[in-house]
Design a protein around this ligand. Structure first.
Ligand SMILES: [Zn+2]
Length: 298
């Protein structure tokens, strides 16, 4: 249960600057975190990030800045006061944030983590699964199987070189797009990478594409650029970086890239994408792209 607003109020010391609100009592950000059962995980001059195992809350620290829960903006933080040691908000913010926190685990299944976190956390999202086969190749096999095969190879490559990985699925099961996004927003990886394979009416169309959201961050564009370079190692042609409003790109708050690894409607590429040697090369190329992305300054 969440504590009600107004308890444990504190009166900050006289070093406070900002707009005085004489009728209002204030709580420190530590008290806010404690009342919401959240932990402060990151803080800079502009923003503070609080988390528990189900939710990520971000607060802008300026007067009337916004707050978000799991990547969605819900309103103003209200008045904010700063002193030399911290910042203070109105007690009503506890209940205004609290009503948006989910109390249930995002997914019933436990997340599929593997590897140590030496170089960071990469979330891998094999497209489709279960009742959703994705595209059906001209040779009769399904996109959902190719995306999973490459994802598992990619996870093992990344674990070997020092990344922790989190898969949205590691077997042939159906996962809603909303749940994939929620999982990303819950664990806030350094990069979210969704794997797919293309298909179209014209069998001569070929090539891989790295997609980012139209509003993508510089980091996401940087990652997409790295993949476009390193995927040349697969022998498949590049169609470059493009933008699209895919849900997994639009509704995730971390840098996110969706890779269409080639065309299943083209016989040559379909054969390559089913070939385990090429799948391994694809996983290696994506892992190299992630290393390139990690090496550039944040
Ligand atoms: Zn797909």
């Amino acid at each position: 249960m969440l504590a009600g607003a107004g308890c444990q109020s504190a009166t900050p010391t006289s070093r406070i600057s900002g707009t005085p609100q004489p009728q209002v009592s204030w709580i420190s950000i530590d008290q806010l975190a404690a009342q919401l059962q959240l932990t402060i995980v990151d803080q800079d001059l502009a923003m503070v990030t609080l988390k528990n195992d189900r939710n990520t809350v971000m607060l802008f620290k300026h007067d009337d800045g916004q707050f978000s829960v799991d990547g969605r903006l819900y309103g103003s933080v209200g008045h904010v006061l700063h002193d030399g040691t911290g910042f203070y908000v109105e007690p009503s913010l506890v209940s205004r944030i609290g009503e948006h926190l989910s109390q249930e685990p995002v997914l019933a299944a436990s997340p599929r983590f593997s590897g140590s976190n030496r170089k960071g956390l990469i979330m891998i999202d094999p497209g489709h699964g279960g009742k959703d086969p994705g595209a059906i190749s001209c040779l009769g096999f399904y996109e959902k199987d190719i995306t999973l095969d490459v994802a598992l190879r990619l996870a093992s490559q990344l674990n070997r070189i020092g990344y922790r990985t989190l898969l949205t699925r590691d077997s042939d099961e159906f996962i809603e797009l909303d749940d994939r996004c929620a999982l990303a927003n819950r664990f806030n990886p350094d990069l979210f990478i969704s794997l797919h394979a293309d298909s179209c009416e014209t069998s001569s169309v070929t090539g891989y594409t790295a997609y980012v959201a139209p509003s993508a961050s510089w980091r996401a564009r940087q990652a997409a650029g790295s993949f476009v370079d390193t995927l040349e190692q697969t022998g498949i042609d590049s169609r470059g970086v493009k933008t699209a409003k895919f849900k997994v790109l639009m509704d995730t708050t971390c840098p996110a890239v969706l890779i269409e690894m080639g065309y299943l409607s083209n016989e040559w590429e379909a054969k390559r994408l089913r070939n385990v040697t090429i799948q391994q090369r694809m996983a290696k190329a994506i892992a190299n792209g992630i290393q390139e992305f990690s090496a550039t300054a944040k």
